[in-house]
Structures are given as structure tokens and as C-alpha cells.
Write a protein that binds this ligand. Structure first.
Ligand code: ATP
Ligand code: RIB
Length: 306
């Protein structure tokens, strides 16, 4: 199956610092090593979809700088259509400083740059990419006002919208009207609904919360515990694969991108698609790095066959 996926989102150059432990406020520590690679939630999700066979287009913005050129090339090399990536003359390309400790935990600081400066101008001429698209995905590293307009357009084109509300942030309530599938992790879900995720009952209550605001489908990612899904006709927990994680950065992005490459727009095969996407994420967490750790379909299928 080959879906067409459009991603509206962020593009960052990631610099990862490897440390023994995180610094305390006011403390200076030394990194053991550092490495740079393409990243950004939007870019990672697009690459995950493309590496799993989806025809993928990107809507976003970079600065008129070397980092912008580097990121456009990185997306193009993955077969992603980059015609709708604007070049912002006034703001730099987004960057992220990722600190990774010895236990594989990360913390991330982003500089929004061109991602955050994006306006609805970026949506000019996107009707052609939405025409035959299955999914439009967006996150919270670009302005929600732009996502809202894009999701409205998606609905006019009968495209299924997926909102990944990350990093955690309050939401423009109207955006939920135009969202078909929402994919928070536990803490993002609790922030949006006010319901702490403790058990199945709390997850079903969260699904009810979103459904009453217009969102049909809820997928809560639960890290190494797996994913809880609730559609209007079914719900359940699909467990994660048991692996030894060394770096979980981009686990969520791999999950969403690969899911969009496999899932039917009515979510009728959601349980199977969740197995594929979680197998993909389980490969990502076993590798160091963000975008470089996102697997190809070949690798995911081989792992599924193990
Ligand atoms: P991140 O912000 O680190 O990219 P996230 O918080 O958005 O991630 P998670 O719920 O941590 O998302 O992870 C997404 C999916 O990745 C999980 O549902 C699971 O399938 C897989 N995953 C994450 N961590 C692990 C792990 N330690 N072992 C196996 N699978 C994992
Ligand atoms: O989800 C991981 C991503 O979050 C990183 O690639 C970083 O750029 C931040 O956007």
C-alpha cells in the first residue's frame, strides 16, 4: 500500500551533545562528544513516511542560509517533494540542541527561526499537493494558526488530518474541529485534557474529551508501554516491542510518519498499522541520532519477520 502524505511542520538542524548527566541550573559541564544531523519534528516525520514508501510532500520554511540548503537537500535525498518549502530572507533555519545522557534520556532546546516565523503565505499553491493526498500531518513547532488554515484546506480536499500536539502546548480550540486523528504522548494528552493518564478508564475519558470537541480518533503513545488507540468503533492497547533503547529522540516522529504510510484513512486497519509503526520506532530507539536512526521499509519488514 502506498499512501500520499503531506507534512506541514518544522525543519531543524540538530546538534546532539553526549553527556554523562544533565547539568543543574547554574552548572557548567563538558560534553563527551557532539554530532550534527538533520532533524525537526516535521522533517523527521516526513522522512519516516518516505522511507516507509509514502509519496511525501513537505510544507515549511528554512532560512536563506547554509543550514537551510543542507536541510532542503536532506529532504530531497529522501525523495520528498520540497516545492513548498519557503526560503525566509529574515529568519534563520531552525536549530535544536539535544542533550543526551548516559541512560539515553534527552532534553531538547529549539530555536524556532523560520519555523516559528511562518505565516499562512506558506500555504499559497498547496491545493495541488492536497488534491490526491491521504493524510496531512502537523505538529506544534510551527504556528498553530497556519496549521488551522491548512487543516481547513485539507477538509475541502477530503484529506484526513493528523495532529501531533508536540512539544506540549495549549491548543487553539478551533483546531480540534478540523483534526481527525490526534497523537499525543501521555503528558501532552494530560496537558490538553486535564485528565491524568493512569489506566484504561482515563484514556477512554480522554478519547471522549477529544470526540466531544470534534476529533474522532485518539492515539496515545506510551513510550516503552506501547500505544493506546480509541476510534468510534474500537479501542485497545498495542504493546511496544521489547528492545534496549539507547536514544529515544525521534521515536514519536518515526511512529507518526511510518503510521501515516501504512494506515487506511478510515483507520480500519489501525491495529496492524500500529504494529508496523511501533516496530519502526523500536528500531529508531536502538540507534543513536535523530533522522539518521529512522529506518527504511526494508529494515522494518525484516525486523517484523524476526
Ligand atoms: P519522543 O519525544 O522521544 O520522540 P514521544 O514522547 O513523542 O517520543 P513515545 O511515546 O516516547 O513518544 O514513543 C513513541 C513510540 O515509540 C512508542 O509508542 C513505542 O512504540 C516506541 N518506543 C519509545 N520508547 C521505546 C522503548 N524504550 N522501547 C521500545 N519502543 C519504544
Ligand atoms: O522529535 C525530535 C525532534 O525534536 C528533534 O529532531 C529536534 O529537532 C526537535 O524538533
Amino acid at each position: 500500500m502506498s499512501n500520499k502524505v503531506v507534512v506541514l511542520g518544522s525543519i531543524n538542524v540538530d546538534t546532539t551533545y553526549h553527556v554523562e548527566r544533565f547539568a543543574q541550573p547554574g552548572e557548567t559541564i563538558s560534553a563527551k562528544s557532539k554530532s550534527s544531523a538533520p532533524g525537526g519534528k516535521g522533517a523527521n516525520q516526513a522522512v519516516a513516511a518516505a522511507r516507509s514508501g509514502a509519496k511525501t510532500s513537505f510544507i515549511g520554511a528554512v532560512g536563506s542560509d547554509n543550514e537551510g540548503e543542507y536541510m532542503r537537500e536532506a529532504l530531497k535525498e529522501n525523495g520528498i517533494d520540497i516545492h513548498h518549502i519557503m526560503i525566509d530572507q529574515y529568519h534563520g533555519t531552525g536549530t535544536a540542541a539535544v542533550t543526551l545522557d548516559a541512560s539515553g534520556q534527552n532534553d531538547i532546546m529549539i530555536y524556532g527561526g523560520a519555523n516559528q516565523a511562518m505565516t499562512t503565505d506558506v500555504l499559497d499553491g498547496i491545493d495541488d499537493v492536497l488534491d490526491d493526498a491521504d493524510f496531512l500531518i502537523s505538529q506544534f513547532e510551527t504556528p498553530q494558526e497556519v496549521t488551522l488554515e491548512a487543516f481547513k484546506m485539507a477538509k475541502e480536499h477530503d484529506v484526513t488530518t493528523i495532529l501531533n500536539p508536540a512539544p506540549a502546548h495549549d491548543i487553539i480550540p478551533e483546531l480540534l474541529h478540523y483534526t481527525d486523528v490526534i497523537t499525543p504522548n501521555e503528558s501532552e494528552c494530560a496537558l490538553l485534557t486535564g485528565i491524568e493518564i493512569a489506566d484504561e478508564e482515563s484514556m477512554l475519558k480522554s478519547a471522549e474529551y477529544f470526540r466531544s470537541r470534534g476529533v474522532k480518533h485518539l492515539l496515545i503513545t506510551l513510550g516503552s508501554k506501547g500505544v493506546f488507540y480509541a476510534t468510534p468503533t474500537a479501542h485497545g492497547l498495542v504493546p511496544a516491542f521489547k528492545v534496549k533503547a539507547v536514544d529515544t529522540t525521534a521515536a514519536g516522529d518515526t511512529f507518526i510518519g511510518t503510521l501515516s504510510s501504512q494506515m487506511k484513512v478510515d483507520l480500519s486497519n489501525v491495529a496492524d498499522a500500529l504494529v508496523y509503526a511501533q516496530r519502526a520506532s523500536s528500531l529508531t530507539v536502538q540507534q543513536m541520532g535523530t533522522m539518521p536512526s529512522i529506518p527504511t521499509a526494508e529494515k522494518v519488514k525484516a525486523a517484523l519477520a524476526e
